[in-house]
Ligand binder design. Structure first.
Ligand SMILES: C[S@@+](CC[C@H](N)C(=O)[O-])C[C@H]1O[C@@H](n2cnc3c(N)ncnc32)[C@H](O)[C@@H]1O
Length: 270
């Protein structure tokens, strides 16, 4: 039986009402998903001023350094670095309230020309420009950042308040009021085979690197030796080549491109 025009109209109205409520529901869900910021990875706990002072002393910033504080809070680390050491830099924080405070504090301290504060996610921030990187985060956040930190320019200094980086042992630590400050220097990547001369002897060196520690094997004038007490500090390396029945060799060199060069040392990467 054909439907009357009034029942067709009420069916159309019903369908339209259903469609509108579906659109309102989906629209609401989408906009609330967009409006929801990602939760912070670390709560805000400011580093006490005297600990900031100690962190900066350990990093020894100079005028040519560039300091980045990941999760900068009220900006106290970059601000003190600019005030005391004339260092330029930036801080990044995901919380807009912190960024507002940091900018106001930089203005008050008269260092707005030296430091910038960026609202953003530290995991999406390019910090490779830093020659000094400061952290007061959490162990799992340090560990998530570790691969990017190890890819920074050799010699970059990292200072972390309270939290370490597991088997990448700190080069130095300091204790203040039951708080630990960790200091690392990003090591150059020197693992592999090096061939050349050390103190007039023909040397073949196979270096195994674990962060700043070096071990491995070598030959000195064709006779086997082992590598001990090896370390990398930025671009500089030191190793002792130990050989049974001889005094062995000690060498210190600096990585220059694909060469290790030092006093009496000239080795090329194979
Ligand atoms: C423990 S506070 C350290 C503040 C400051 N660096 C200091 O030492 O005084 C950690 C800061 O990281 C920020 N934060 C947490 N997760 C973040 C993220 N994913 N990206 C950027 N900042 C974040 C927090 O808002 C907080 O201000």
């Amino acid at each position: 039986m054909p439907r009357s025009s009034s029942s067709r109209r009420s069916l159309a109205r019903g369908v339209a009402a259903l469609l509108i409520s579906w659109l309102v529901l989906v629209g609401g869900l989408v906009s609330s998903a967009i409006a929801q910021p990602r939760p912070l990875d670390v709560p805000y706990v400011p580093t006490p001023e005297h600990i900031v002072e100690a962190m900066l002393k350990l990093a020894k910033p100079g005028k040519d350094d560039f300091l980045v504080d990941l999760g900068c809070g009220d900006g106290r680390i970059p601000i003190m670095a600019a005030q005391k050491y004339g260092v330029r830099g930036f801080g990044v924080d995901m919380n807009p309230v912190r960024i507002k405070e940091a900018r106001a504090n930089a203005e008050k301290a008269g260092v707005s020309d030296k430091v910038q504060f960026i609202e953003g996610d530290l995991f999406k921030t390019d910090f490779q420009k830093a020659s000094v990187l400061t952290l007061y985060l959490l162990p799992q956040v340090n560990m998530a950042l570790r691969p990017s930190i190890l890819d920074m320019k050799p010699g970059t200094r990292i200072v972390s308040h309270a939290f370490h980086m597991e088997d990448w042992k700190a080069d130095a630590t300091e204790q203040f009021d039951f708080r630990t400050i960790y200091h690392w220097v990003v090591p150059a990547k020197v693992a592999g085979r090096w061939v050349g001369t050390v103190a007039g002897a023909k040397v073949e060196l196979d270096l195994v690197q674990k962060f700043q520690e070096l071990t491995g094997t070598a030959t000195i004038d064709g006779k086997s030796a082992s590598v001990t007490a090896g370390k990398v500090m930025g671009d500089a390396i030191e190793v002792a080549l130990v050989q049974a029945g001889t005094a062995g060799l000690k060498m210190a060199a600096v990585l220059k491109g694909a060469a290790l060069e030092g006093d009496g040392v000239r080795l090329a990467k194979q």
